[in-house]
Design a binder for this molecule. Structure first.
Ligand code: ASN
Length: 570
């Protein structure tokens, strides 16, 4: 817990301290003993005459499936939400989804009266014997002896119904839709891939350090203006407020407006200058006015920065990361469940599309292509002309960058539906921090890629976008960074990022005109002023990759609580 700076009237009295002590005891209790502190308040437990410590192990179904015989004939406890109930005269059945797997446990009630209050959607904690079962699709089932806990749910009012629900409807109830089998599977996939990211960087022979850059930033890294501005207010004058500050300024918590991060890149560059290879994995925010299946206002970005690297090595690093994530999913139980979800109709709604996930994953593992931007534009122009100007809604033009329709065409027609790096975009359409392609850059290809590249002599920068098939297109973007102070300042001047100042450049910052100031990017320029090193990095849109890997066409379906243009409901 973070302590507040403001003195609080609250003092930990003896009752609070004794509660802490009891909590310690709860934590110290062996895991097979029912932990009363987990389910009830401590005081409730003491006053509850029925409270007894139970030596029955609570077992997750994923664990049971690993070795179903392990608990055979033993008394165990299963908890979770009821997916379906069938009540007959002499016996009742319920299927319990405990959140650890796609499959649900069959619970059998030899005395159906015990199950009378159980309905679809209710929460149950069931104690019983784990016995072999002749039922289809299962080796064992739980023969229920008693219900230890029941969280009732009125099935007529519960928005989560047994029959299939549309994606659009589910999107209106994000807090409940994660109870559906697919959403729960996607959440587990996210968890697995998050740990695979850490294992990739931590266990590789060349360690990449995870760092924690700030989410509150003082500049718009990309310079694209898609920032969420935050200007919280203080009740008192913020420390350090200028004596001549206006009434408005006096009330600003940070003295100036700040922004939610659009990219951790700039701060990562500061870390990389010392640590060499670093990554950050966190929420990123963009106020893009794009209401599309590929955009979220809050998304997860995995960003890495490497000192002393060239473009070929950078592409190789990106490929190694993406291949690792895909393979790790393919080998993990979660990946197998995803395949089962798409291949076994019983898991899906009648009209839900079946997707060949393994084909998607294998495309990542196979050969990739690279093509430089200028060659791609030439091919796009030729194809567009050959179609009599009908192929694309927006005719391709070198100065204007690539539209989604162009990217799709490149993947399908220049890369055979495989991943492709498009490199060396025009300097004019890219941010100020990118290194010109001409800087010591040989446009050579890494061994693993099939090249269709033409070296460009135009004014381009050493950058790339990774495009994935099936319309996902840009999933990673990166570049070598301009590491020379003078060039960086020239770029900033050209992009209009230098501020005009009335107080002449008193510090005589190198390469600035007397009336220029670096504003909130002075710290970033300092990284070049003092001990600058060549470096480069990239950002991977984690939600887009997750959507690709799970066969989801809209990124809103891979985050629990999507924030999009016009919506941030709960
Ligand atoms: N770290 C990166 O290179 C990502 C880049 N700043 C972007 O937002 O696309």
């Amino acid at each position: 817990m973070l302590w507040r700076m403001r003195p609080s009237p609250w003092r930990p009295g003896s009752s609070v301290l004794s509660r802490f002590r009891e909590t310690d005891q709860c934590l110290a209790r062996p895991p097979y003993v029912l932990n009363p502190c987990r389910t009830r308040g401590l005081h409730d437990v003491r006053s509850n005459p029925n409270f007894v410590l139970s030596p029955i192990p609570l077992v997750r179904y994923a664990k049971l499936l690993e070795d179903p015989k392990q608990y055979e004939a033993q008394q165990i406890k299963i908890t979770g939400l009821v997916r379906s109930v069938r009540k007959q005269k002499k016996v009742a059945f319920a299927r319990i989804a405990d959140g650890s797997t796609l499959a649900s446990v069959q619970a059998v009630f030899p005395e159906p009266a015990v199950a009378k209050d159980i309905t679809n959607g209710s929460y149950v904690a069931l104690v019983g014997k784990w016995i072999p079962s002749a039922g289809a699709g299962q080796t064992h089932e739980l023969q229920v002896e008693r219900i230890e806990d029941l969280g009732e749910s009125n099935p007529l009012e519960n928005p989560i119904q047994k029959q299939s629900m549309s994606v659009d409807f589910l999107r209106t109830i994000p807090h409940l839709r994660m109870r559906t089998s697919f959403q729960s599977l996607v959440a587990r996939t996210r968890s697995h891939l998050t740990s695979a990211v850490a294992s990739h960087f931590h266990n590789s022979s060349d360690l990449v350090y995870q760092v924690h850059p700030p989410l509150i930033t003082s500049s718009d890294c990309e310079g694209a203006g898609e920032v969420f501005t935050i200007a919280p207010r203080s009740s008192e004058r913020a420390p350090g407020t200028a004596p001549n500050a206006s009434k408005e300024e006096e009330k600003l918590y940070f003295r100036d407006p700040k922004y939610l991060t659009v990219s951790s890149q700039l701060h990562l560059e500061a870390y990389a200058a010392q640590l060499g290879d670093v990554f950050a994995f966190s929420s990123t925010f963009r106020a893009e006015e794009s209401d599309t299946p590929r955009h979220l206002a809050e998304f997860y970005m995995l960003e890495a920065e490497h000192r002393d690297i060239d473009l070929v090595q950078l592409l190789a690093r990106v490929r190694a990361l993406v291949v690792h994530l895909a393979q790790s999913l393919q080998e993990h139980r979660t990946g197998k469940e995803l395949v089962e979800y798409y291949t076994d109709q019983k898991h899906r709604a009648q009209d839900a599309e079946s997707i060949d996930l393994e084909d998607r994953w294998n495309r990542l593992a196979g050969p990739w292509s690279t093509v430089d931007y200028s060659s791609a534009i030439k091919a796009l122009e030729e194809a567009h002309d050959a179609s009599g100007g009908k192929l694309f809604a927006t005719p391709p033009q070198w100065e204007h960058g690539l539209q989604l329709e162009h990217e799709r065409w490149i993947v399908e027609n220049m890369a055979n539906g495989k991943p492709v790096f498009v490199t060396h975009y025009p300097r004019t359409i890219k941010p100020f921090y990118m290194l010109p392609s001409s800087f010591g850059a040989s446009i050579q290809q890494p061994d693993h890629v099939e090249s269709t590249s033409l070296a460009s002599d135009r004014d381009t920068v050493a950058c790339f976008d990774l495009l994935l098939p099936f319309g996902y297109c840009e999933v990673v973007g990166g570049s070598l960074r301009e590491h020379r102070l003078e060039n960086l300042i020239t770029n900033m001047r050209e992009k209009g990022l230098l501020k005009k100042t009335e107080t002449p450049n008193g510090d005589a910052y190198p390469f600035l005109q007397p009336d220029e100031s670096l504003g909130s990017l002075k710290w970033y320029a300092d990284l070049r002023r003092f001990g600058s090193s060549p470096h480069g990095g990239y950002g991977l849109g984690f939600d887009r990759l997750l959507a690709y890997l799970t066969g989801v066409s809209n990124v809103r379906e891979v985050v629990g609580f999507p924030r999009t243009w016009g919506r941030a409901d709960c």
